[in-house]
Design a protein around this ligand. Structure first.
Ligand code: NAD
Length: 262
């Protein structure tokens, strides 16, 4: 199948590692012009790695998504370099782990700023360009925690649902602009974020990392965690013109983790 992504202009945020980087790489393999952002020099490293592998130009932008001025610069730099924007993938780092008692109000505010407000700011600034695109799409990366809370992740369990509400509302508001808006709800996918969560769990309960991993795997009907590229394949398809009639979908990519019927 031709995903019709050749030459499309794509911005994937928080993409120096993990799900964001895997998604950027897959877009580049399909011939898209890709911009990525993250806070450290790892973003340039990731861009160079993807460029070397695919021969496609990847623009690296250092930016902290909690800072409105950085978000503004990310959009401006992307459209200045590539001349527009067709696809926006909003991703961030994960919030700190912990139960309600563990997390203070400052962490709540910081996490709302990181997870919800960064998506709002990115989408607001991207919209004028997406409205000019022939094949515009927005994808928010959220979490399986929006369907089934994860133990000790009160911030993710709570705040990500607001991104789901935003995504669904925008899929209705922006339909007549032809902008498709969807979300992917990843389940356990082996990245550095998951390594951190496993380290936090082992520190809390004294089990070994191997035991924790086995524990997590046993909750997934497929018996294992996902790989970032398995997530990326779905993300790239959902954003592509090949998925032109998919809009307002909250798609679980979780190996069957969530137990709800619908
Ligand atoms: P990761 O920690 O491996 O990568 C996160 C990326 O975000 C990195 O590139 C990091 O540099 C960047 N980042 C973090 N804070 C940033 C900031 N303030 N500004 C700019 N960039 C920033 O995480 P991941 O596993 O790839 O997960 C991506 C998102 O999906 C996270 O929000 C995570 O909580 C969520 N998620 C992940 C899983 C999973 O199993 N991996 C499951 C559900 C949800």
């Amino acid at each position: 199948m031709d995903l019709q992504l050749n030459g499309q202009i794509v911005l994937v945020t928080a993409a120096s590692k993990g799900l964001g980087k895997a998604t950027a790489r897959q877009f580049a393999r399909e011939g898209a012009k890709v911009a990525i952002c993250a806070r450290s020099e790892l973003v340039e490293k990731a861009a160079a790695e993807i460029e070397n592998e695919t021969g496609t130009e990847v623009l690296a932008i250092r930016a902290d998504l909690t800072k409105p001025e950085d978000v503004e610069r990310v959009i401006e730099t992307t459209v200045t370099r590539f001349g527009g924007l067709d696809i926006l993938v909003t991703n961030t780092g994960g919030p700190p782990s912990g139960s309600f008692d563990d997390v203070d109000l400052t962490e709540w505010e910081t996490s709302v700023n990181l997870i919800l407000l960064s998506a709002v700011r990115l989408i607001k600034l991207a919209l004028p360009y997406l409205r000019k695109s022939f094949t515009p799409a927005i994808l928010t990366i959220t979490s399986s925690s929006t369907k089934q809370p994860v133990q000790n992740l009160i911030l993710s369990n709570s705040i990500r649902l607001s991104v789901i509400g935003l995504t669904k509302s925008l899929s209705r508001e922006l339909g007549l602009d032809r902008i498709r808006v969807n979300s992917i709800l990843p389940g356990w996918t082996y990245t550095e974020r998951v390594e951190e969560l496993i380290a936090a769990r082992t520190a809390r309960n004294g089990k070994s990392p191997a035991e924790e991993i086995a524990n997590i795997n046993s909750t997934v009907p497929l018996g294992r965690m996902g790989k970032p590229e398995e997530f990326a394949n779905v993300a790239v398809f959902l954003c592509s013109p090949a998925a032109s009639f998919i809009n307002g979908v909250m798609l679980q990519v979780d190996g069957g983790l969530c137990q709800s019927v619908l």
